[in-house]
Design a binder for this molecule. Structure first.
Ligand code: ADP
Length: 220
């Protein structure tokens, strides 16, 4: 039985912070796991997605067809699976991932509306999990961080000039709204990062994530 968990969220929502904390919790329990991060900017399979994010096809995300953009990211996932984690996945090991196919659902479906968006999502999941044969996650968690907070956190992250997604705040806000709808439709687990007392601490968010993944990972 596979145990494949994906952490999603818009840029700067705390995904890598939370995967670090989840990894530490698993290590403390003596659990072996494989950690994935997408996209893999240092691998040759990311050439096209880097051209896209660098603005070589268009200065704004909306200038690039969402089906085309999705394939740029898909080939990187395929290469990663075939050369990296296929064996671990098939052996039923714990796999935790920062972004996955689900990121295309957030960032590319937001370029479309209504029926066109629905058809895109059907195509995306059927293409990757069905036709291409990439594993479908056992659980997807979405870090629900309001757009203004992520802009603040991204600005604080040092040395970042931002890619075409990160620079386009209106687009990122649309992505978040689209993601919240997708959470309901595909039963992704929403993790609220802001509570009545403001932004929760990374540790508090981590506790909620750990509670949510307990059953899937068999560590209740
Ligand atoms: P992502 O991987 O989603 O892009 P990061 O984990 O890199 O996001 O987080 C973006 C920035 O926000 C980092 O500088 C991180 O330290 C900070 N950060 C993340 N979560 C929180 C939080 N709950 N409270 C305060 N700062 C946070």
């Amino acid at each position: 039985m596979s145990k494949f968990i994906v952490l999603e969220g818009t840029d700067g929502s705390g995904k890598s912070t939370q995967l670090d904390l989840l990894g530490k919790r698993l290590e403390a329990l003596g659990k072996k796991y494989t950690r994935l991060t997408f996209p893999r900017y240092d691998e040759p399979s990311s050439s096209l997605l880097k051209m896209y994010l660098n603005g070589e096809f268009s200065a704004t995300p909306d200038g690039v067809n969402p089906y085309a953009a999705s394939t740029f990211f898909m080939v990187d996932r395929y290469a990663s699976f075939k050369t990296g984690w296929q064996k671990a996945y098939e052996a039923g090991e714990i796999i935790i991932s920062d972004r996955y196919t689900t990121s295309n659902a957030i960032h590319q479906a937001s370029k479309l509306e209504g029926k066109e968006r629905e058809s895109f999502l059907d195509w995306l999941f059927d293409f990757e999990y069905g036709l291409i044969g990439l594993p479908s996650p056992d659980m997807v968690l979405f870090l629900d961080m309001p757009a203004d907070v992520t802009f603040r956190l991204l600005n604080k992250r040092q040395g970042e000039t931002g890619d075409i997604h990160e620079k386009d705040h209106a687009y990122l806000e649309r992505c978040r709204a689209n993601a919240l709808e997708i959470c309901d439709k595909y039963r992704w687990k929403k993790i609220k990062c802001v509570g009545p007392r403001g932004l929760k601490s990374p540790e508090e968010i981590s506790r909620e994530i750990f509670e949510a993944v307990g059953e899937v990972l068999g560590i209740e």
